[in-house]
Ligand binder design. Sequence first.
Ligand code: ATP
Length: 222
Amino acid sequence: MTAPGHGAAIGVFGGTFDPVHFGHLRTAYEMLQALRLAEVRFVPAGDPPHRAPPQVDATRRLELVRAAVADQPGFTVDDREVRRAGPSYSVLTLGELRRELPATPLCLIVGMDAFLGLPTWHRWQELLELAHVVVAPRPGWVAPADGVLGDLLAARRAASPDALHRASAGSIYIQPVTQLEISSTDLRALLAAGRDPRYLVPDAVRDVLRRTGCYSVSRPTR
Ligand code: ATP
């Protein structure tokens, strides 16, 4: 498959998306273009491990992601983690995708904050056997210089996106993206306070948020 970004590689963007916002979308868009990806697949977590339960149920978070990406060629939504029972481990998702797409380069997209937590992920050492890892720097989060992740970065870091197309998995690439310091945590607080999320989320997402009022009640989630 080729198109929108003209390569065959696929970006896999997992997250809780509680709710999805322009920080996620702009990052995905710049990855699509800069890495020449055929597609960025958004994979909302059904039951995200290593964090408090999401404020809003998986079906609604999925609806919001679908609304967010509907008008962007190359953006798709994969609901397998919502359909699958049990914790939404990325290693299981990537394993399934690898079986479905044996030769396609897969690029797991993570923010630097998420990358720094990688060694806590379930069976994390298998991730690079299944996919490349592409990291978006975020303000306040510094790439590891030492320790297990620093060593991994030194051994696996690719100098250019070309490496992501030459092999189906195994490289780490850091792709600078426009820094939009929007977070779902801040958005939830804003919505619970009855404020308007305009310019933080696409209008299609804002419409669902307003219609359903799904974040209008503040609950202590983390
Ligand atoms: P929360 O505030 O609830 O932790 P979040 O805004 O960080 O949520 P997640 O759904 O947890 O959103 O993030 C999914 C992925 O998107 C992670 O890899 C995270 O690093 C990345 N990400 C989140 N916000 C941004 C942003 N503003 N810019 C770039 N990447 C982001």
